[in-house]
Design a protein around this ligand. Structure first.
Ligand code: ADP
Length: 621
């Protein structure tokens, strides 16, 4: 058969992989073993569920065979195997949307890059780092014909008919200069222990073993086959038997991440339902965290048999960064992706798992503040999505999210802010709708600053949507400082006599601004600024309206802002002293426009703003 060319991106990608992963070439073995393990999982699943394949033998094993003189290494499995079409589809194309991302992420240092390889499923190709040529002989379970695929990893590949006694796949590497050391048995053992110790199937190594023969005073060499991994479903062992290193190792072998996880939570439930869950929080958020097409990170097992991974049904979307395993004793093996959603057993496990993850995170926050800060740096935002979507767990989620604040550096929690409340302070306050800098400088904060009342700075773009639906933290009211109603904490600041005195000015301003504002009134929340904008309790803020409009919500009725005027401000006092001065008109618009600008809202008519500003400037010079 004629040589077939790689799909365009493949050869380019191969070169990139080879160059960017040179510092960890050994991971090629982890990738090949995990492919074999997947192939065995798939076959086991079929022999348990597929009528036609039920009678097939299932003798799961992965074999490594090294030849130090020929410089070859063979990785062989008794898994599902591939037919000709599979070979072309799986080893000739990289039809994955992640490819482009992968290429664009490759610029960083090589160590970081080695973490990416698993995420983007380019595993097999990493073997070309250590091999000049790769030969794959494979036979699909249930089919008679085997095929041989060969490639130098540069130009293309050949496929020809071959024979293989049983179903499965044999990958033979012809090691290059750099890869020679991977034919050494001690090196192979070391790598298997490091990366693949908890693969559920036995991995055997066949090699020439030299032993000192004391009688004949020489070393004898015999060809031996030894199992080199522990091959246990580690998560099913009791917690007391497991060390931190065991957990870290399993994490690395199931995720391909080479960095230790931040936290892990291991649960072995007994009783009406029997299941094991082991969840990990990666140190760095997965790259697809904010992509609609993210991959779920939890693998489902039934009685230690791998059923599926990548499923979005196993945990809610906002916990999509969690990695790990759910292993149930009570689910049927043939549970399908479609049925998962309605399965009562799984729903129960899922509900318990969410509770467990959240409560463990809360415990971790109390136990290890520094680590929790790292966690917040990566996952604060998805937790806020949870506040919005997971009503049942809102209370604990409120304890898990973190905020910037006017009172402390770094991040703080609702609980801590509550602890800092003044003795007679009634509510907790926050400000939303713009960048941190914009919010910190907002005139709305002036009085809070003056009175020493803490305000949480919520500068995430989803904060306003999320927190507009949340009215309380525990028993304490949560209030946005931009809302029109004067807070109870400032009730005493209103002076009725002053309010009366300023009324005529307010009316004049209102008449000038017409229907651009809902109302104009005296403010008790300002200290240094002459004016500010507030919005109604139920209305989205101006910032938010701007965002919704940018997102295509054209139909939204333009909610009008309420303009508040600071009676104590010099400008306002002067205007009050000269009721008939024509400058009042320009001043009215300038008071509105400057308040809008400080809110980060674009002016509808910047030209008029500038004209007025210039008129006023001219008078003052
Ligand atoms: P990934 O494993 O991340 O999907 P790879 O490039 O390593 O990416 O493999 C591509 C595909 O080739 C696999 O998804 C699988 O379908 C197939 N494959 C690779 N190795 C084997 C194997 N040992 N047995 C059966 N199929 C395999």
């Amino acid at each position: 058969m004629a040589k077939q060319e790689f799909q365009t991106e493949v050869s380019q990608l191969l070169q990139l992989i080879i160059h960017s992963l040179y510092s960890h070439p050994e991971i090629f073995l982890r990738e090949l073993i995990s492919n074999s393990s997947d192939a065995l999982d798939k076959l086991r699943y079929l022999t348990l569920t597929d009528e036609a394949l039920k009678q097939l033998p299932f003798d799961p094993r992965i074999d490594l065979e090294a030849d130090e003189t020929a410089h070859t290494l063979t990785v062989s499995d008794t898994g599902i195997g591939m037919n000709e079409a599979d070979l072309i589809a799986n080893l000739g194309t990289i039809a994955r949307s992640g490819t482009k991302n992968f290429v664009s992420q490759l610029s960083g240092d090589a160590k970081k890059d080695s973490n990416l390889i698993g995420q983007f499923g380019v595993g097999f190709y990493s073997a070309f780092m250590v091999a000049d040529k790769i030969e794959v002989v494979t036979r699909k379970a249930g089919e008679e014909q085997a095929y041989r695929w060969t490639s130098d990893g540069k130009t293309g590949f050949d496929i020809e008919p071959a024979s293989r006694e049983v179903a499965g796949t044999t990958v033979k590497l012809f090691l290059n200069e750099e890869g020679k050391s991977y034919a050494s048995s001690w090196r192979l053992k070391e790598i298997v222990k490091k990366y693949s110790n908890h693969i559920a199937f036995p991995i055997y190594l066949t090699y020439d073993k030299s032993e000192w023969n004391a009688e004949e005073k020489k070393s004898d060499t015999t060809r031996v086959t030894e199992q080199v991994n522990a091959a246990s479903a580690m998560w099913r062992r009791s917690k007391s038997e497991l060390s931190d290193d065991d957990y870290k190792e399993l994490y690395k072998s199931i995720t391909g991440d080479s960095t230790d996880p931040l936290f892990w939570f291991h649960t072995q439930a007994e009783g009406s339902l029997e299941y094991t869950t082991l969840f990990y929080i990666p140190a760095k958020a997965p790259l697809d965290l904010y992509q609609a097409e993210y991959k779920g990170g939890v693998k489902l097992y039934v009685k230690r048999v791998f059923i599926l991974d990548d499923s979005k049904e196993l945990l809610p979307q906002y916990l999509r960064f969690v990695r790990g395993i759910i292993d149930s004793e009570d689910l049927p093996l043939n549970v399908s992706r479609e049925l998962l959603q309605q399965n009562r057993v799984l729903t129960t496990i899922k509900t318990a798992s969410i509770k467990k993850i959240l409560s463990e995170l809360k415990a971790a926050a109390n136990r290890d503040a520094d680590k929790y800060t790292e966690f917040s740096g990566q996952y604060n935002r998805p937790l806020k999505e949870g506040l919005y979507s997971d009503y049942a767990n809102r209370e604990v989620l409120l304890d898990l999210v973190r905020f910037k604040s006017t009172a402390v550096e770094g991040l703080t929690s609702f609980a801590d802010a509550k602890g800092r409340m003044k003795e007679d302070q009634k509510s907790l306050y926050y400000i939303t709708g713009g960048s941190e800098q914009l919010l910190r400088n907002s005139p709305l904060l002036e009085l809070y600053k003056k009175k020493g009342i803490e305000v949480l700075i919520l500068d995430d773009d989803i904060d306003e949507i999320v927190f507009s639906t949340i009215e309380k933290y525990g028993e304490t009211d949560l209030k946005a400082v931009s809302k029109a109603a004067t807070s109870e904490d400032f009730k005493d600041d209103a002076e009725p006599e002053q309010a009366d005195a300023i009324k005529p000015l307010l009316e004049k301003i209102k008449a000038t601004l017409g229907d651009r504002v809902k109302d104009v009134r005296a403010s008790v929340r300002l200290a240094d600024s002459p004016s500010c904008i507030v919005s109604d309790e139920e209305e989205p803020s101006l910032q938010m309206q701007q965002m919704l409009r940018a997102m295509g919500q054209k139909e939204m009725p333009a909610a009008k802002p309420t303009l508040e005027i600071n009676p104590d401000h010099e400008i306002v006092k002067k205007l009050l002293a000269r009721p008939d001065d024509p400058v009042t008109q320009d001043a009215a618009w300038l008071l509105l426009d400057q308040a809008l600008l400080l809110e980060g809202v674009q002016l509808q008519d910047p030209a008029s703003f500038v004209q007025r500003l210039n008129r006023v400037l001219q008078m003052s010079i």
